[in-house]
Design a binder for this molecule. Structure first.
Ligand SMILES: [Mn+2]
Length: 327
């Protein structure tokens, strides 16, 4: 194997992991496959090193990750009493708030922060944050090598799921030749890409498409066709018995229109609470844009949560977008 970024300083991470006997791995709220894949890949590696390992998160893991080995060991919700870890490792979370846990839980514990968000607030006692990585899962690939551990089929499959989804199926400019060389190693280690594709892209409920057809009818273009908007309000959401993960990918329809530089998907997750997803392209940074709205993310993909009516929230997002388009 070969590290994607050999200059990343993993030494402190390696030492802390080697010294720890029990470790709690934590994914971010509304977990995606990068955070869950990173959590699972680390789980298999640390188990192989003889550690006691827990995977406990605030929110449930998405249904599509259930094909990954040990995903059934991930728990969520209230903190179980039996978790007594001497090291906590957060993966793919840009800020402490993204873990969704009371700050009390982190008191007097060593917290390690492994992430690839440029906006990361360096909230850990040990921070390994490197925005060059296409996915946090790819960071785990390098970490495995620094720990001098083998890449087994279970961790390879988890890393593959993380990288596949965080690069929008290898379509982003973060995908280098080295990323593809890593994927070759993941396949050699036993990853079945067809099984992954089937689980991730071809296991949707039919209700998703009823909601998608509703969402597409809301699509509007503004700013001379440079911005595209789609929205799903709470009523529609409830009517189709949906959960957040079922709207995954809706924004891609808005982004895929010729001439659109910034796409916005507004989802009312509760009455007057809107989850805003943003996708963009250079020279714009939707990560910066989301930051101005109290959220965060990457240059090409970001999000935030806003409170208010549809009109109020849309106006707020619009104002920030227009200030970026004007520059
Ligand atoms: Mn990520």
């Amino acid at each position: 194997l070969k590290c994607l970024y050999p200059d990343t300083a993993w030494q402190q991470v390696r030492e802390a992991i080697e010294q720890a006997t029990s470790i709690h791995l934590i994914a971010h709220v509304c977990p995606d496959l990068d955070t869950i894949g990173s959590q699972l890949a680390l789980y298999h590696v640390l188990k192989g090193m003889g550690k006691t390992v827990w995977m406990h998160n605030t929110d449930p893991a998405p249904r599509i990750c259930h094909y990954l080995p040990a995903s059934e060991c991930i728990t969520y919700g209230e903190m179980p009493q039996e978790i007594q870890a001497d090291l906590l490792i957060a993966v793919d979370a840009g800020s402490l708030g993204r873990l969704g846990m009371t700050e009390h839980y982190f008191k007097d514990k060593t917290l390690m922060n492994i992430d690839h968000h440029a906006s990361n607030t360096l909230y850990g006692d040990i921070n390994i944050v490197d925005a060059r990585y296409c996915a946090t899962g790819a960071m785990i690939y390098d970490l495995i090598q620094h720990l001098k551990q083998p890449l087994n089929a279970a961790s390879a499959a988890a890393i593959y799921a993380a990288v596949l989804t965080d690069t929008a199926s290898f379509r982003l400019s973060t995908v280098s030749a080295d990323v593809h060389r890593m994927v070759a190693e993941l396949i050699d280690a036993g990853t079945d890409v067809a099984v992954a594709a089937k689980a991730i892209y071809q296991s949707h409920h039919k209700e998703r498409f009823h909601l998608l057809s509703h969402a597409l009818k809301t699509m509007i273009l503004q700013n001379n066709g440079q911005t595209a908007w789609i929205a799903v309000d709470y009523d529609a959401y409830q009517k189709h018995h949906m959960s957040g993960e079922d709207t995954e990918g809706f924004i891609d329809y808005a982004r895929s229109i010729d001439g659109v530089a910034i796409a916005v998907f507004m989802r009312e997750s509760n009455n007057n609470e809107w989850k805003i997803s943003l996708r963009g392209e250079a020279p714009y940074s939707v990560g910066e844009l989301a930051g101005q709205l109290g959220g965060g993310g990457h240059q090409y993909a970001a999000g935030c949560t806003l409170l208010g009516s549809f009109e109020q929230v849309k106006k707020q997002v619009e104002t920030v977008i227009e200030s970026h388009l004007d520059q």
